[in-house]
Design a binder for this molecule. Structure first.
Ligand code: FES
Ligand code: FES
Length: 160
């Protein structure tokens, strides 16, 4: 029996081998389908979630390793899809096929949480492990800058 938090809710998973990758526990047992299977080897970033706030590859995390920890999936990024990154992604029409995008968003969210005003180089470094077969990298970079601006504007408004 393994106990851990997903998107703020305590979850208990039993009858699953401790070495089952978190990716399959999230998708098949807990029905969080936003996390995607790409390579299964830690190379593509499609399965990126947050583990205690840090980006992590769900395909590389055995269930036993997440017991007692906090997981956030794309479903937990905001209750209503209004996270600045999600708004920026829509405004700049970032996705093409969309397959890689939840992983991209989770890596970008971890970056902005640590660095609210990233440079191009910061973005490239933080996002380098997320592969997009459709080549949306330019729009992703612009959307991260745009999300940073949305957050800065909201903070300035609160100070008015
Ligand atoms: S599916 Fe996990 S890194 Fe590719
Ligand atoms: S949008 Fe198609 S793989 Fe990235």
């Amino acid at each position: 029996m393994f106990k851990f938090q997903v998107n703020g809710q305590m979850r208990i998973v039993g009858d699953v081998s401790p070495d089952t990758p978190l990716l399959w526990v999230l998708r098949d047992h807990l029905k969080f389908k936003g996390v995607k299977f790409g390579c299964g080897g830690g190379f593509c970033g499609a399965c990126t979630v947050h583990l205690d706030g840090q980006p992590a590859r769900a395909c590389q995390l055995p269930l036993a390793a997440v017991a007692g920890h906090r997981i956030t999936t794309i479903e937990g990024l905001s209750p209503d899809g209004s996270h600045p990154l999600q708004r920026a992604w829509v405004e700049l029409d970032v996705p093409q096929c969309g397959y890689c995008q939840s992983g991209q968003l989770m890596s970008a969210a971890a970056l902005l949480a640590q660095n609210p005003h990233p440079t191009d180089a910061d973005i490239d470094a933080a996002m380098s492990g997320n592969i997009c077969r459709c080549g949306t990298y330019g729009r992703i970079r612009r959307a991260i800058h745009h999300a940073a601006q949305i957050s800065a504007d909201a903070t300035a408004k609160q100070g008015d």
